[in-house]
Design a protein around this ligand. Structure first.
Ligand code: GAP
Length: 489
């Protein structure tokens, strides 16, 4: 059986082999930290999205969803603080004038050491780099480059500037017209979906006649030119977020922050994952917009890591958008304040945000579900790899397998699929032995397999095989639809 680090490698290989995740642009040697979701991966991803969306919007009457554009007015990112504060370190070579991201430069050097067989120095170097990056310690990062005499691969010199900040936002130009000042046409790919919610706060509040407290939810792509982009889909340059901004009365942020911490943990546990796989991690170094923040961390094969952030964002964003746009971002609260006996009146709402990475939730789901099982008996050695997804998240809910490709069995199997496919995703397969077909369905996490055999023709029953227990029993054809529907509710 695999250890945790080779378990992770096995998961990555499994994701590729069974159509969950492929390296982006693979035929061109891939695009670093960019991945494509395959046929089963995209189904799983959609099921996670739907589960989040329905729990956040349908199950909370005071939360509505939006779908804002990725491109936003450039001033958005000045107001949000991302132009000034969303940074990572870089360095320039004074002779070649080439600019490097500090982690790329050091990693390149570590790879050379590795290629030369000096694994220990390479590992030490990367550990030191990660510690200095985490601590924003630019002096030590520069010293690491100097001490190791790391050279620019163009000038071949070690003549470096100091380490400076590098903004993580991707930018591009908007429109066909050119401007003497390039900055005029510059737009950013959004680094978080939240700002699309903030700039639409009044549109939604007014058109939806929303009363505080209320929330706006959104699922969408975000882009970050990440400095340390590793661990498969854990940290990517293009990823998806599922965010919700909850607008509240000033002074109530502590209470709502605690509410959303609890509510979001309940959501994670509702997927059948045990409590010890999760923990909260309070932020010590707060983001520029927060007065309290924590992460929900999951115990990945590479350790406890952030899946979701819960942030008390004060009124930082709305206040700044009001200042930059010169449009009032205020709410009139006509509830009576018991302390004064008068309405609360006009104010800029405070915000508590829940922000979960869809790709990280996907990785969590795969890591949690991936099992290598030893099925050996006295007679023979056997094993299987199975993805024990919660049935509501499984990409495929039901496989229908005729025992043989003749004697009317395929027709019965097709008829079962026709009756079920409007309700959930079904899979038909007639090739190979039933045993091999079961194993292929285990590998993509299909919770139920139905086998149609000769007895089916006589008494309208089929064999159902349960993925997790591998138990088999006979049930009437008429029971299949409701059995699966109940399991995926
Ligand atoms: N609006 C707040 C915000 O964006 P964040 O902690 O920077 O906060 C929220 O990001 C979530 O987005 C994280 O908890 C993580 O799940 C996901 N995320 C952030 N950067 C990511 C990346 N480079 N790749 C994949 N997911 C990422």
């Amino acid at each position: 059986m695999a250890t945790d680090s080779n378990k992770f490698q096995a998961i990555i290989s499994h994701c590729k082999e069974y159509g969950f995740v492929f390296p982006g642009s693979e035929i061109y040697e891939g695009q670093q930290a960019v991945y494509d979701y395959g046929q089963w991966g995209s189904e799983l991803k959609k099921n996670i999205k739907d589960y989040w969306w329905e729990s956040m919007t349908r199950m909370h009457e005071n939360i509505v969803g939006i779908d804002a554009a990725i491109f936003m007015h450039p001033t958005t990112w000045k107001a949000s603080g991302h132009v000034d504060n969303f940074n990572d370190p870089m360095i320039d070579n004074k002779d070649s004038k080439k600019r490097y991201r500090v982690d790329h430069l050091i990693e390149g050097f570590a790879e050379e050491k590795l290629a030369a067989g000096d694994e220990i120095s390479a590992k030490k170097l990367l550990e030191a780099m990660n510690a200095f990056l985490a601590a924003d310690n630019f002096t030590e990062l520069k010293k690491l480059i100097d001490d190791n005499k790391i050279k620019c691969n163009i000038s071949k010199t070690c003549n470096w500037t100091d380490v400076r900040q590098f903004n993580l936002m991707f930018s591009t130009e908007f429109g066909a017209t050119t401007s003497a000042n390039e900055e005029d046409n510059k737009v950013y790919l959004r680094p978080e979906t939240a700002q699309g919610i903030f700039v639409n706060f009044l549109n939604v509040q007014k058109t939806g006649r929303m009363k505080i407290p209320f929330g706006i939810a959104q699922i969408g792509k975000a882009f970050r030119n990440e400095i340390v982009a590793r661990q498969f889909i854990f940290r990517m340059r293009e990823f998806e977020q599922m965010e919700m901004q909850f607008f509240i009365r000033p002074g109530t942020q502590k209470q709502w922050y605690e509410f959303w911490k609890e509510e979001r943990m309940k959501w994670h546990l509702s997927l059948g994952i045990t409590e010890e796989k999760y923990r909260f991690h309070d932020h010590i170094k707060l983001a520029h917009y927060a007065d309290a923040a924590c992460d929900i961390e999951y115990d990945f094969p590479f350790g406890f890591k952030e899946v979701e952030g819960i942030h008390s964002r004060t009124n930082f964003d709305l206040k700044n958008h009001q200042e930059f746009s010169k449009k009032k971002m205020q709410y009139f609260d006509n509830e009576i304040d018991e302390a004064t006996g008068k309405p609360f009146g006009n104010y800029i709402p405070f915000v508590v945000e829940t922000s979960i990475g869809l790709d990280r939730m996907f990785l969590l789901t795969i890591c949690q579900s991936y099992k290598e099982e030893d099925l050996s008996s006295a007679e023979k050695q056997d094993s299987r790899v199975v993805l024990k997804f919660s049935p509501k998240l499984a990409p495929m809910k039901l496989a229908v397998l005729p025992l043989v490709k003749k004697d009317g069995l395929p027709e019965i199997a097709r008829k079962i699929i026709d009756e079920c496919k409007a309700s959930f995703r079904c899979f038909y397969e007639e090739k190979d032995t039933i045993g091999k077909r079961y194993r292929r369905m285990d590998a993509i996490g299909t919770p139920f397999c139905i086998t149609v055999d000769y007895q089916t023709k006589e008494d309208n029953t089929v064999t159902i095989r349960y993925r997790d227990s591998m138990l088999q029993e006979r049930i009437p054809i008429n029971n299949i639809l409701s059995l699966v529907q109940n399991a995926i509710k």
